[in-house]
Design a protein around this ligand. Structure first.
Ligand code: ZN
Length: 132
């Protein structure tokens, strides 16, 4: 397993981590198997979505903020309930098939680390498992 540190710069942010995960898979030497990406935080997440048009990331973040307002009648005293809800909506794991030593992603797909309560120093855990 590898632990990667990510420094986020905004309260809500999606960071393309595909090259980081791809580099780990290459270093692991695994040719065929699966790669797990895990976010060990309750106000951050990971997702797979479009990398070509940056407006997609903008629209995802703006839609999440409309669905889950920053301030509402939340009970959680820390004041970041929106971030907890967004993190659960997006999820904290991604699984990608590894074939021929590389991630199998669609043409327009990237892995994104999702920050919902930044800026913070975050961690990302990556583990690839081979077929044999
Ligand atoms: Zn909290």
């Amino acid at each position: 397993m590898e632990i990667v540190t990510i420094e986020t710069t905004g309260r809500n942010q999606m960071i393309d981590i595909t090259s980081t995960v791809r580099a780990y898979v290459k270093r692991s030497g695994i040719k065929d198997g699966v790669c797990f990406v895990f976010v060990p935080h309750t106000t951050a997440a990971v997702t797979i979505n479009e990398n070509a048009d940056p407006d997609v990331v903008h629209d995802i973040l703006s839609t999440l903020s409309k669905l889950v307002p920053y301030k509402d009648n939340y009970r959680h005293i820390e004041g970041n309930s929106d971030a907890h809800v967004k993190a659960s909506l997006m999820g904290n794991t991604a699984t990608v098939i590894v074939s021929n030593g590389d991630l199998v992603l669609g043409t327009w797909q990237s892995l994104f680390f999702c920050e919902f309560d930044g800026p913070r120093r975050r961690r990302l855990m990556i583990k690839a498992v081979g077929d044999n």
